[in-house]
Design a protein around this ligand. Structure first.
Ligand SMILES: [Fe+2]
Length: 347
């Protein structure tokens, strides 16, 4: 009897230990922690999170290889996930999980998108007639009247991803001409999107190329610290606010590269010791509850149809149709983009 009990205990202990999950997160704590807590409560799985920036975590994963304690890589951008896939660090995901997001699923099948950011043109409604704004971002260099009044962030990852998409979808020559055409308009370069949008709100510029959530963040505010460590935004005034109506969003025609969707996502490590809770966590992040939370807390678009978006954000179905359909893993030639930006004298 005693031996049976002992055998049973020995059998149960590893099972209990297996109810743990290690996440490497390129996303920031204020977004991740509430979701992790909700998942722990719902499943009884204990989650440990290592925070860092995408490139830093990718380097750690590459270094640790199959010995990595990480089970899941939750990244801020698709580039790091694509790179992890190419390095053979990610395991293929089951079809049922891959089928959950409505779009932007990478062909590699090694990670799933978890939310979307859209590139947009922000403008000052008091000074700009939205009817005069172009249907394609490619026509932006023709707006000679806005010379010296356009803002952009050439050093920022999302801007560079946009240039990579421009090169991929329209060719190197068109991308070069667009950059030179923009440069001829003497745009103002900003080190951060928040600083640029504050400049837009205060009348320093009239138009700004940015990501949609920076506009919402400026108009509606964010939870304390929600953007700390988000790309170059570190040290920014997280409390920077502008009155409703100071800044608005112009969207280009459906499918235009100016509406490029940038995805965040997650994948399970090939060497994961806790594969099943890792898959469960991804499924949880794709649940309507978690998708709604991301939309409410950091104004990112859900990737799952039928999820409610907060007031001001487009319905999911519309947001998903706006940008060009492109496998997010194809936005990988950052080196080529940096070369081009240097060649035309923008970086
Ligand atoms: Fe950002």
């Amino acid at each position: 009897m005693r031996t049976t009990l002992l055998a049973l205990l020995l059998f149960l202990i590893p099972a209990a230990l297996a109810q743990e999950l290690v996440v490497y997160s390129g996303r920031t704590r204020p977004l991740v922690e509430p979701l992790v807590r909700a998942f722990e409560k719902e499943t009884g799985v204990r989650v440990r999170v290592r925070y860092g920036r995408d490139p830093e975590l990718l380097a750690a994963l590459a270094e640790e290889g199959l010995r990595s304690p990480a089970d899941l890589f939750w990244a801020n951008g698709s580039a790091a996930l694509a790179a992890a896939g190419r390095l053979g660090l990610l395991a293929p995901l089951p079809e049922e999980l891959r089928a959950r997001p409505a779009a932007f699923i990478p062909k590699s099948g090694r990670w799933v998108p978890l939310s979307l950011r859209l590139r947009v043109l922000a403008y000052a409604p008091g000074r700009v007639d939205p009817g005069a704004l172009p249907r394609s971002v490619l026509e932006l260099p023709e707006l000679k009247g806005f010379s010296g009044r356009i803002g952009w962030t050439p050093g920022y990852a999302s801007f560079q991803d946009f240039v990579t998409a421009l090169r991929l979808l329209h060719g190197e020559e068109t991308a070069r001409r667009w950059l030179l055409g923009m440069k001829a308009l003497a745009p103002k370069a900003y080190a951060s999107n928040t600083a640029m949008l504050l400049a837009l709100a205060s009348g320093e510029i009239d138009l700004a190329l940015t990501n949609h959530y920076y506009v919402f963040r400026l108009l509606k505010g964010v939870p304390e610290g929600a953007y700390e460590g988000d790309e170059e935004e570190e040290g920014d005034e997280t409390s920077a606010r502008a009155p409703e109506g100071a800044v608005a969003i112009h969207r280009f025609a459906l499918g235009d590269v100016g509406n490029l969707a940038l995805v965040t996502g997650g994948g399970v490590l090939r060497g994961a010791r806790h594969r099943s809770p890792a898959l469960r966590f991804l499924a949880f992040l794709l649940s309507p509850k978690a998708q709604e939370f991301q939309a409410r807390s950091v104004y990112e678009y859900p990737v799952v149809r039928g999820v409610q978006t907060p007031p001001g954000l487009l319905p999911v179905e519309e947001a998903l149709r706006l940008g060009p359909r492109i496998d997010p893993e194809r936005l990988k030639d950052l080196k080529g983009t940096l070369r081009l930006l240097r060649e035309v004298g923008i970086l």
